[in-house]
Design a protein around this ligand. Structure first.
Ligand SMILES: C[S@@+](CC[C@H](N)C(=O)[O-])C[C@H]1O[C@@H](n2cnc3c(N)ncnc32)[C@H](O)[C@@H]1O
Length: 888
């Protein structure tokens, strides 16, 4: 018992004086060392005080905390031990000195440690109460310290020689009271002591009651401070954990090597007042580490097992867990994933590139010239419009906004809502090469791909909402990508703080899903006086009311928007989201979409202030441009069809006209370069024929009139002229030949169509041929004109003949007569029967005609000389007639 007391005492230099019997006991040699050391520290009040305070300058750096801790805790323990562990109730009688000497041994370190094990279940509340009590004592002690310290010290030193007592220590004061009893007679002290005792007693009773089953006798197993025990166990556990961690981390070997030197070092640092204990503690021996860590009182036990100390004193390896350094993943390309793809590349392409990107080489740096080459070769890049565009200072924030990022069914909506029909599900058949591009069936149907309806997995480019989810998870305003701004004249709005690629998802439109009746009700009541509405038609006659909703509710309307609001089916459920338009979005742009606003009533119609060129003026429904365009397209198609029909009809007509001259027609068409051109001549042919015929007719008429005027002056030259014409059939063909090649061809065509088949002489006669081919009206006209020309010619000939009758030299031979007659027969018999008859009957000699054909110079002279009377008229008329014929 005494040994224990000594241990306890020695181990706790700052602990209050144990009792007078301690001093009566002869000090042991080893304890002397300790006593000397601690005496040096504790003799003066300053030292005592400084030890209780947090800064003990005298103590070494390593000793300081230990001493301080020891002081407080052990003192508490002693207090507790003094109060709780007193087995003899008589010893606590008032007025008698407290039999500390009897009690103290039970509060030795060993016992405490044993008690620690028993008291592992002590509650925190009791610790707290202890602490409070001790602190109260401390407060009191400090207050009274100034007045009493000197006396106490002098008394102590002078009377009782208690060097280990630290008078200034609050605990020591209370201890002193406990032990000395009458020595401290002041009322406050007693009161405090009683309070502390009461608290401790209560605590002890509680604890005793708790462990009554395990402790047969109070005296044998005194209760040690619960707090201490819990600390011990905690520290023990911690050290065990650290040991384990060290072994896990593979540092055991290093520790093993360090332990040798560390042990030596620690031994040197260890308090030198370690007293080797001669008498081993009794049965209540606790694990050494606990003692060692708790207080000086444990030192003996530590000393008695020196071979264990290196292991027990395993250094607490601090596993420093560095915070992982965060690298900025985006610089200039805020919000954009890095890619080597050209800016012009589509997003799907980029996704593919990212998917197949090889990991960056990390072993060796790039060669020296790599940077130079990169600089020289250059690389296209897209610089955001505004890399850093903070919001203007003093931007107000929408206070009334209640945010929700998920759709919430309200009222009857959830019960009315029906699950999607399986029929509405879609499955895509895309392959990796295409990667669910714009041809993906799911995309086309506004179905988001997932593992259930698409087999491409990460290579799929149709998982916008999934992407949005990841962005939201990553957090940060550049991932979210949008922020609320205050616009000048449209309330709040939303702008981007990063870039968005064309058709990239930006933000989901969420809110309360309500029925239509609920919506109307809200419109009538809650939103009656509102200027802004956050209602949007959703699905199944439901409406999203984003008055409580996501940030997308602040997106304003524009008649020329840069975004689209789209409804997609994601995992069988409809969801609305804002997507970037075809132009993409630059940093700092205000996001807008076309509301296609239905104002419900006329009084809700609002003026649009989007400021776009194509502004519709009001927030109203979008004009049905598509429908209009479709109607226009249909009208155009109808007109085209009509034209085609007409063209086909005309072609059919022309084909019918050219029925007899198919082969020649084919020849004409063959000359055209293309199919279109092949069709053209058919149409132009009729026109050209018509024009050619008209010209010929007009000329023939004019020539006819001229002939009539100069009829009287016709001479033999006329006969020659008439005889020189080869045949009437060539006349119409020759005339165009003098003109442009196009007209020639036209004329040819005309000739081909009509004339070649009709013998020129008979044409006139065969005028009834018109009845044979009544459809060929134009050809008939031509025939008529040629007939008229022939008539004119025949008339001229007849006149010439008549004249030649009178002339002596121009008597035709029989052959000439026959020819003339033959020519005359070409005239329409009906029209010129008389003339023909006359010509025949007269049998006028028209021999010079064949001569004229030859037209030798002698003949010309002769004719000139003979035709003296008709000198003027004859050449001109004949020439004109010839020309007219030729033209015709
Ligand atoms: C969904 S809210 C948009 C956010 C709203 N600006 C705010 O401050 O909360 C729709 C309302 O914004 C206003 N608004 C949106 N676009 C507008 C525009 N182009 N011209 C005028 N007002 C507009 C209208 O009052 C409309 O009812």
């Amino acid at each position: 018992m005494e040994t224990r007391m000594t241990d306890f005492f020695c181990a706790s230099p700052a602990t209050p004086a144990p009792g007078p019997d301690v001093h009566e006991r002869p000090p042991e040699p080893i304890d002397d060392t300790m006593a000397v050391e601690y005496t040096e520290q504790l003799l003066t009040p300053e030292n005592s005080r400084s030890e209780t305070s947090s800064n003990n300058e005298n103590a070494s750096a390593e000793e300081k905390p230990a001493v301080r801790r020891r002081s407080t805790r052990v003192t508490r323990a002693s207090l507790r031990g003094a109060v709780d562990l007193n087995p003899d109730p008589e010893s606590l009688q008032p007025g008698l000195p407290t039999p500390v000497s009897e009690n103290e041994p039970t509060v030795s370190g060993e016992t405490l440690v044993a008690a620690v094990a028993d008291r592992g279940k002590q509650t925190r509340s009791s610790h707290l109460r202890h602490s409070i009590a001790v602190m109260e004592a401390a407060a009191w002690s400090q207050a009274t310290l100034a007045g009493e310290d000197d006396n106490n010290n002098s008394n102590n030193h002078g009377d009782t020689d208690e060097p280990a007592v630290a008078p200034g220590t609050p605990v020591s004061n209370s201890s002193q009271e406990l032990h000395q009893g009458e020595g401290s007679s002041s009322l406050p002290r007693r009161t405090l002591r009683k309070r502390v005792e009461r608290v401790l007693t209560q605590d002890g009773d509680n604890h005793r009651a708790g462990r009554s089953t395990t402790t047969p006798s109070k005296a044998e197993t005194p209760q040690s401070p619960p707090r201490r025990s819990s600390r011990i166990s905690l520290l023990d556990k911690a050290s065990a954990l650290v040991d384990r961690a060290a072994s896990v981390l593979g540092k055991r070997s290093r520790d093993a090597t360090d332990q040798g030197s560390n042990a030596a070092r620690r031994t040197s640092l260890r308090p030198r007042n370690v007293a080797p204990v001669k008498n081993e503690p009794t049965a209540s021996e606790a694990p050494a580490p606990k003692k060692r860590r708790v207080s000086e009182s444990d030192l003996p036990s530590k000393a008695k097992s020196p071979e264990q100390s290196p292991e027990e004193e395993a250094p607490t390896v601090k596993t420093v867990t560095w915070k992982p350094k965060l690298w900025l993943s985006h610089g200039l390309y805020t919000g954009q994933e890095h890619t080597d793809a050209r800016p012009s590349h589509k997003r799907d392409r980029i996704t593919k590139v990212q998917g197949s990107r090889t990991p960056q080489r990390t072993l060796l740096p790039l060669p020296m010239f790599a940077g130079d080459r990169l600089l020289k070769s250059g690389r296209d890049f897209t610089l955001p419009f505004d890399v850093f565009s903070p919001l203007p200072v003093g931007q107000p924030k929408p206070n009334e906004w209640r945010k929700t990022n998920k759709n919430v069914f309200v009222g009857d909506a959830s019960s009315i809502w029906r699950a999607n029909k399986p029929l509405e599900l879609s499955k895509c058949m895309c392959v990796e090469e295409t990667g669910c591009d714009e041809n993906c069936q799911n995309r086309y149907m506004f179905f988001e791909c997932d593992d259930g309806n698409c087999a491409l997995g990460p290579n799929c480019g149709n998982r916008s909402f999934e992407e949005l989810k990841h962005r939201a998870k990553a957090g940060g305003k550049y991932n979210v990508g949008v922020e609320v701004i205050k616009t000048e004249d449209r309330g709040y709005g939303v702008r981007s703080n990063r870039t968005f690629e064309p058709n990239q998802i930006i933000v989901e439109y969420t809110g309360e899903i309500i029925t239509q009746s609920e919506c109307e009700k809200r419109m009538r009541t809650i939103y009656k006086n509102n200027e802004c509405y956050y209602l949007m038609y959703f699905d199944q006659n439901m409406i999203i009311d984003a008055t409580r909703g996501s940030i997308a509710r602040f997106v304003n309307h524009s008649c020329d928007p840069n975004c689209r609001m789209e409804k997609w089916t994601v995992a069988g459920k409809p969801r609305m989201a804002l997507f970037a338009g075809d132009r993409g979005i630059m940093t700092g742009e205000e996001l807008t979409y076309d509301y296609n606003f239905d104002p419900y009533s006329q009084k809700n119609v609002q003026q649009c202030r989007c400021g776009s060129v194509s502004c519709r003026g009001v927030l109203g429904p979008r004009p049905r441009e598509k429908e209009r365009a479709r109607e226009a397209r249909e009208a155009r198609a109808e007109a085209e069809r009509q034209k085609k029909r007409e063209r086909a009809n005309s072609r059919r007509r022309a084909a019918k006209q050219a029925a007899g001259t198919k082969r020649k027609m084919g020849k004409v068409l063959k000359g055209s370069a293309s199919r279109v051109n092949k069709n053209r001549p058919v149409a132009s042919k009729s026109r050209s024929i018509k024009a050619g015929v008209q010209k010929a007719v007009s000329k023939a008429r004019s020539s006819g009139s001229t002939q009539a005027a100069s009829r009287a002056r016709n001479s033999k030259a006329q006969e020659k002229a008439s005889s020189t014409k080869s045949s009437p059939k060539k006349a119409p063909a020759r005339a165009p030949s003098t003109k442009s090649p196009v007209k020639k061809s036209e004329t040819k065509a005309k000739t081909n169509v009509r004339l070649p088949k009709v013998p020129p002489t008979k044409t006139k006669v065969r005028a009834p041929a018109r009845s044979r081919k009544p459809q060929a009206a134009k050809a008939n006209e031509t025939t008529k004109k040629s007939k008229s020309q022939t008539e004119t010619k025949a008339k001229a000939q007849a006149e010439a003949k008549a004249e030649t009758k009178t002339s002596k030299l121009s008597r035709p031979s029989a052959e000439t007569k026959a020819k003339i007659l033959a020519a005359a027969k070409g005239k329409p018999a009906k029209r010129t029967p008389k003339k023909a008859m006359n010509t025949k009957s007269n049998k006028s000699p028209t021999k010079p005609a064949p001569k004229a054909r030859v037209a030798t110079p002698k003949q010309a002279k002769a004719s000139k000389s003979v035709k003296s009377p008709a000198k003027k008229a004859t050449p001109s008329s004949s020439t004109k007639t010839t020309k007219a014929k030729a033209k015709a």
